[in-house]
Design a binder for this molecule. Structure first.
Ligand SMILES: *Cc1c(COP(=O)(O)O)cnc(C)c1O
Length: 344
């Protein structure tokens, strides 16, 4: 049986991905850059991205869930994988020990779980103000913390993409934690944190978004290249007469006779309804979106592109800062919403 070829593709520019990692590694100064590869490399695909990052020189890979370990383990040694959510129960601890992936310990309860399960090398997250995961500064003196064999001491910035007084405040809290906790290496900065300068770099940085083409701070713009390009085929072209309507709730009405195309992607693929009013590209030529985005279809205006026939591929402009302005989705959302019908 011949498998039908997909009508939507997510082109991943592996050269740009490697370039971005090297740029972020360089911008990390004395520190080395790791990589956040959680959520299937922000939706772009672990099997494509992790080997590229590994071959570029990356040696620290961060996932969120334990379920994300095995796909990454296909490509890199277990001791290079850190699990940000830490163990919820004994079975997570057993899984960590069996695979060799390292937990990020996020609470005293998790520290106890880890030590009761036999302990060993782990990482520790200290909360410095984001109030998600991590032990609080007051908990640092707990004997459980002293019992841990901490490889990397981590904290996470809440506002690195802004010029906020939170950044300096979190830096100060983290520096204090570093003095008080025995550890091998320290890590604070995400993508945006790298651009905050040398004070924020420590030994290891943890970029995610910027690897995949996101630009969380203007300072990074010149260094970061677009990685992901969604493309989809025109399935059908149609001729509209003046007065004809398009799509659900008939929100577009043709003012003259015109030719339109039906493109094979929609909000089920992560091209959400906030893209209405935007445009695809054929080469450099904008191909405007008409009416509402459907689950599996988007109708486009072909009046300016008579050369486009059924089967032609259109690209959705996905330079993330621009796509953010167009769709009002965050650059993180733009990546992680892309669905699994794309051939990556
Ligand atoms: C997701 C995540 C990162 C990566 O952040 P970006 O903003 O995507 O660079 C780094 N550290 C932690 C703890 C994270 O959860």
């Amino acid at each position: 049986m011949k498998i039908p070829s997909p009508t939507l593709r997510l082109a991943i520019d592996c050269e740009a991905l490697a370039h971005n990692w090297r740029a972020l590694d360089r911008l990390s100064g004395e520190a080395r850059a790791g990589a956040a590869v959680k959520a299937d490399c922000y939706g772009l695909g672990v099997d494509i991205c992790v080997p590229v990052l590994r071959d570029a020189g990356c040696r620290n890979f961060f996932v969120a869930h334990w379920t994300e370990v095995l796909p990454v383990l296909e490509h890199v040694p277990a001791e290079q994988i850190a699990v940000l959510h830490g163990p919820l129960d004994e079975s997570d601890v057993a899984f960590a020990r069996e695979t060799g992936a390292l937990p990020v310990i996020d609470s005293l309860r998790q520290a106890r779980l880890w030590l009761d399960g036999g302990g060993g090398p782990c990482h520790l997250m200290v909360d410095s103000g984001i109030n998600r995961l991590g032990i609080s500064p007051q908990e640092i003196s707990d004997p459980l913390v002293e019992g841990l064999d901490i490889q990397v001491l981590l904290s996470h910035l809440a506002c690195a993409d802004e010029d906020s007084p939170m950044n300096a405040r979190q830096l100060e809290i983290f520096r204090d934690a570093i003095q008080r906790i025995e550890h091998k290496e320290a890590s604070l900065a995400n993508s945006a944190g790298i651009a905050l300068g040398g004070d924020y770099h420590f030994d290891l940085t943890r970029p995610g978004l910027a690897l995949y083409g996101g630009v969380p701070r203007e300072e990074l713009a010149e260094h970061i290249r677009q990685v992901a390009r969604p493309m989809a085929a025109i399935m059908q072209t149609r001729s509209l007469s003046a007065g004809d309507k398009v799509g659900y709730n008939a929100t577009f009405t043709a003012s003259t006779d015109m030719r339109v195309g039906v493109v094979s992607l929609g909000y089920a693929d992560g091209i959400l309804r906030s893209w209405a009013g935007g445009a695809f590209l054929s080469g450099d030529k904008p191909i405007p979106i008409l009416g509402k985005v459907s689950m599996d279809m988007i109708v486009v205006d072909l009046s300016g592109a008579p050369e486009l026939k059924e089967g032609a591929l259109l690209e959705l402009p996905y330079h993330l800062p621009d796509a953010h302005r167009q769709s009002s989705l965050s650059q993180y959302e733009l990546l992680t919403v892309l669905g699994n019908r794309f051939a990556r």
